[in-house]
Ligand binder design. Sequence first.
Ligand SMILES: *[C@@H]1O[C@H](CO)[C@@H](O)[C@H](O)[C@H]1NC(C)=O
Ligand SMILES: *[C@@H]1O[C@H](CO)[C@@H](O)[C@H](O)[C@H]1NC(C)=O
Ligand SMILES: *[C@@H]1O[C@H](CO)[C@@H](O)[C@H](O)[C@H]1NC(C)=O
Ligand SMILES: *[C@@H]1O[C@H](CO)[C@@H](O)[C@H](O)[C@H]1NC(C)=O
Ligand SMILES: *[C@@H]1O[C@H](CO)[C@@H](O)[C@H](O)[C@H]1NC(C)=O
Ligand SMILES: *[C@@H]1O[C@H](CO)[C@@H](O)[C@H](O)[C@H]1NC(C)=O
Ligand SMILES: *[C@@H]1O[C@H](CO)[C@@H](O)[C@H](O)[C@H]1NC(C)=O
Ligand SMILES: *[C@@H]1O[C@H](CO)[C@@H](O)[C@H](O)[C@H]1NC(C)=O
Ligand SMILES: *[C@@H]1O[C@H](CO)[C@@H](O)[C@H](O)[C@H]1NC(C)=O
Ligand SMILES: *[C@@H]1O[C@H](CO)[C@@H](O)[C@H](O)[C@H]1NC(C)=O
Ligand SMILES: *[C@@H]1O[C@H](CO)[C@@H](O)[C@H](O)[C@H]1NC(C)=O
Ligand SMILES: *[C@@H]1O[C@H](CO)[C@@H](O)[C@H](O)[C@H]1NC(C)=O
Length: 448
Amino acid sequence: MKFFPLLTAALVSSAAISATPLQARQASSSSSAAATSTQDSFSSSSSSSGSGSSATSSASASASSATSTSSSGSSTNSSIINSYNSTLSYNSTATANSSDVYGVSAAGFANVKSASNPLNIVLTNDDSWGSANIRALYYALRRAGHRVLMVAPSHNQSGKGGTVVLPASLNITSAGRGGFAPVGAPFAGLNVTDPGLRYFNGTPAACAGWALDHDAQYFFNATSRNDSTAGVDLVVSGPNEGTNLGPFLYTLSGTIGASYFAVERNVPAIAFSASTDVRQYTSLNLSDVDDESVKIATYSANFVSTVADNAKASNSSARVLPLGIGLTVNYPEIAPTGNCTDLEWVHTRLTGKAIIDRFVVNSTTGLPTYANYVSEGVNACLAGNCSLPGETDVVENGNCQASASIYSVDYDAPTNATQDLVAALTSGIQSLNSNGTASNSSANSTSA
Ligand SMILES: *[C@@H]1O[C@H](CO)[C@@H](O)[C@H](O)[C@H]1NC(C)=O
Ligand SMILES: *[C@@H]1O[C@H](CO)[C@@H](O)[C@H](O)[C@H]1NC(C)=O
Ligand SMILES: *[C@@H]1O[C@H](CO)[C@@H](O)[C@H](O)[C@H]1NC(C)=O
Ligand SMILES: *[C@@H]1O[C@H](CO)[C@@H](O)[C@H](O)[C@H]1NC(C)=O
Ligand SMILES: *[C@@H]1O[C@H](CO)[C@@H](O)[C@H](O)[C@H]1NC(C)=O
Ligand SMILES: *[C@@H]1O[C@H](CO)[C@@H](O)[C@H](O)[C@H]1NC(C)=O
Ligand SMILES: *[C@@H]1O[C@H](CO)[C@@H](O)[C@H](O)[C@H]1NC(C)=O
Ligand SMILES: *[C@@H]1O[C@H](CO)[C@@H](O)[C@H](O)[C@H]1NC(C)=O
Ligand SMILES: *[C@@H]1O[C@H](CO)[C@@H](O)[C@H](O)[C@H]1NC(C)=O
Ligand SMILES: *[C@@H]1O[C@H](CO)[C@@H](O)[C@H](O)[C@H]1NC(C)=O
Ligand SMILES: *[C@@H]1O[C@H](CO)[C@@H](O)[C@H](O)[C@H]1NC(C)=O
Ligand SMILES: *[C@@H]1O[C@H](CO)[C@@H](O)[C@H](O)[C@H]1NC(C)=O
């Protein structure tokens, strides 16, 4: 959490020195989360339903009793139980648009297209399971017909990149964002009224890994599949509260970090980042197609279904994305945050007008803070198609365009960009390894 003071500094200084969108969002995120945290106390009596079989039977009961619940969320904290090894799932035989499935059937998702190839999807983010954006996407993906297991951080985990931090205590010792995972709750929990809604007290990459290793095989009944990915076809991360544009934010963003962790675990992944503010799920208006989070969820679900259906057009068992490959999507400011109403999709690349930090000292505080720097290094085009527009420019050009960039987790440099370096390194290694020519090569070695 030592990241937050820096982020706050960036927000404070943003009047004079523009902070990156992510930094500004995360700063407001941390302060807002603190401001809205409640002093919920976890009811331990509700947490003690233990064994898999009793949990399974309560699954059906809860799933059906949840059907007429309104969105008030007032019964939230007593509904959390331990999700470790839980065999609970939601009622996957109910049709996606069945009017008795809470959220999924909401009128706000009228523009979600049905997927021809329903997927097993793990959904995560970095802002926490209480974020409006991730809850809306959970319902939108289910509305499209996908089976969705959400395992998102209990606490705000913005800016963690691909770092893996696991729970350090069996019970949560400080309330998660919004108080939705209260003090005393287990490190991994689920909402019994909808067992697809889960949290884990770890970083985004850790949530993706925990979902794959301890939830997915039960949730998707994957034990019969002999499937190394636990039956998961796709990991979706986000939509983040704030954009993540360019290579620097790619490494820094927990939203994207969860996605590249999944890609490295053999599972295709798509990260979504939006130009939205911090918002708790309890403020969602699921019956309004123009609710900002509902709208972004609709765009995102339709993007997922379209990409997957195209990938599977001639072979329904084809992977959604090739091994080692992921997608990162960014949205401009959609109404009501912005005035974009007619979104256009653009195939982009990560480099191109992207930013890195440079560090400056605030003359009032005497402390370092940072400013944006559009450097040549972060924008060097070395791989992929250099004629594509950069995602930073596309999302920030005011033309209501969303970017979709393809990334690879093969960070080796392309050979055609490094021919001279390869030659120098090869001869350098030869001389370093050669005892016989040690005296000859010392000049070359020391000057290298
Ligand atoms: C420097 O810090 C002060 C106090 O936090 C803040 O009010 C001011 O805007 C900052 N100045 C710049 C140039 O960032
Ligand atoms: C649990 O799910 C129900 C709907 O199924 C919802 O009303 C409630 O707010 C959720 N609580 C949490 C903490 O997710
Ligand atoms: C549950 O949380 C809400 C706020 O989210 C709070 O008002 C309520 O008192 C809590 N109930 C219990 C039983 O802890
Ligand atoms: C969880 O499942 C694993 C694998 O079946 C098992 O080894 C472990 O004991 C289980 N843990 C709990 C707490 O049920
Ligand atoms: C699941 O949904 C189907 C279709 O709506 C329904 O017939 C069935 O009873 C439900 N099962 C449970 C356990 O709620
Ligand atoms: C629900 O979906 C099915 C097929 O997916 C479709 O035939 C039916 O018209 C839909 N019903 C409603 C009320 O949208
Ligand atoms: C800690 O979590 C466990 C597992 O959910 C639960 O059984 C226990 O009651 C919790 N303890 C406290 C002190 O809240
Ligand atoms: C899970 O898979 C087993 C073995 O194929 C099967 O017997 C069982 O019915 C499946 N359960 C569900 C809920 O699909
Ligand atoms: C709204 O549109 C106008 C005109 O296209 C533009 O100048 C303005 O910056 C936009 N506002 C936002 C918040 O995007
Ligand atoms: C390397 O090859 C790629 C693909 O053919 C090309 O786009 C790129 O410009 C080349 N880079 C260099 C430095 O030659
Ligand atoms: C290099 O020198 C070391 C130390 O004298 C020796 O142990 C090693 O076998 C030599 N290696 C080669 C390739 O001659
Ligand atoms: C040292 O570098 C020179 C110039 O690149 C090269 O001709 C020579 O072979 C190198 N010597 C060794 C021992 O690698």
